[in-house]
Design a protein around this ligand. Structure first.
Ligand code: SF4
Ligand code: SF4
Length: 371
């Protein structure tokens, strides 16, 4: 479904609660923007609960702050540290347990979930693009991850187009934003007086029919077009277009890898906040009497020592090799693996890096004008 084929309506601001009620009455748990620990995150919205207004987020390398303004808008913020990744790919979870039975045989019990449907309100274009990438990894034919799949199928996504990208955003250059093109059930453009809204799926269409909608006016359409254009034009950072696979692998010995390593703490913050990073480690923890063992999976990072530990040797012992692994995979070999770059331009790794390392600058130092 293309944006042009979608039929816009107008939802007055005073009727926004009707959208939340329609979702709740169909059994969805609603997740909506909230401030926690000084950042915008998605949190459970209680029936009758209000969304915060006037949130404004400022981001720069190594810096993220939230300011409260007197704007009536609910979605005038750029992204927070969490995209949709933690909702579908848990940071830590049990995959199976095994018990020794009285007859000495092992009994395996696989973790299963039947999650309640979850509606996420305020999803950004970059988050949808990242989710599509995670889908390619976790829902690959022949190796589908059942826990990811059940959570993914329970999601209802209400996208809101960004009006105020952060200084760190560069989704225009990756082709993933700031306006969502697909992957949503409903899409909203926020205006002071309400929302221009349309559906992107049959489930979204069904919700739309329950709302007190009004016709959209040419003034609404003009304001939406102007703010979408402005959101794209204000972005200053960019990644070179096209695949960087060949040029990055031609520069594996570039001295800049070591220059980055002199600043990088190998903390892994960048991979934790990155909505497309999917690496994990698995481990078994046995009970003291050895009658039971739990097999868990938790997020890993190419910046940890254990990530490249093989038979007594850490292959990527130095930070230069770990950063190189991250960037050459994310921006290089993802093209062979998944047909596109693994970066959706959300800028989170720039804002949440404690020393403000900026991958757009680092990649430009390494590939120069060669792309
Ligand atoms: S590499 Fe950085 S900018 Fe790109 S998707 Fe990951 S966190 Fe966002
Ligand atoms: S680039 Fe920044 S966030 Fe990533 S591991 Fe290095 S110091 Fe940590």
């Amino acid at each position: 479904m293309t944006r042009n084929s979608l039929v816009n309506s107008f939802l007055p601001r005073k009727s926004f609660g009707a959208l939340v009620s329609a979702l709740l009455s169909r059994g969805y748990h609603c997740m909506a923007p909230a401030i926690r620990d000084g950042a915008v995150v998605y949190e459970a919205l209680q029936p009758g609960g209000d969304l915060p207004t006037g949130l404004s987020v400022h981001q720069s390398p190594g810096c993220y702050t939230v300011e409260i303004t007197d704007s009536p808008r609910n979605f005038d913020w750029s992204n927070g540290p969490f995209a949709l990744k933690p909702l579908v790919f848990k940071s830590r979870e049990t995959l199976w347990t095994v018990e020794r039975r009285a007859d000495g045989q092992m009994a395996f019990s696989e973790s299963q979930e039947s999650p309640d449907p979850v509606a996420v309100i305020g999803v950004r274009a970059c988050d949808l693009a990242a989710l599509a990438l995670q889908d390619r990894h976790f829902l690959k034919e022949g190796s589908t991850d059942p826990l990811y799949q059940t959570r993914r199928e329970s999601l209802f996504l209400v996208a809101v187009n960004c009006t105020r990208p952060a200084e760190t955003c560069f989704c225009v250059s990756t082709g993933d934003g700031p306006t969502a093109r697909e992957g949503f059930d409903l899409q909203l453009d926020e205006l002071d007086e309400g929302f221009v809204i349309h559906s992107g799926s049959p489930a979204g269409q069904e919700i739309l029919q329950a709302l007190p909608l009004e016709p959209v006016t040419s003034e609404h359409e003009a304001t939406v077009a102007a703010q979408n254009r402005q959101a794209a034009e204000c972005q200053r950072r960019r990644l070179p277009s096209g695949s960087l696979e060949a040029v990055l692998f031609d520069n594996l010995e570039h001295p800049h890898w070591q220059a980055v390593a002199e600043r990088c703490l190998s903390c892994g913050n960048c991979t934790s906040v990155c909505p497309t990073c999917f690496c994990y480690r698995e481990q078994d923890t046995g009970s003291l009497d050895l009658s039971r063992s739990t097999h868990t999976r938790e997020w890993d990072s190419c910046f940890t020592q254990g990530h490249s530990y093989i038979h007594g040797l850490t292959i990527r012992a130095g930070t230069d090799l770990r950063y190189r692994q991250w960037l050459t995979h994310k921006l290089g070999s993802w093209h062979s693996q998944y047909g596109r770059s693994g970066c959706v331009g959300c800028g989170r790794c720039i804002s949440w890096c404690p020393v403000g390392i900026d991958l757009t600058e680092e990649v430009s130092s390494i590939v120069g004008n060669s792309s």
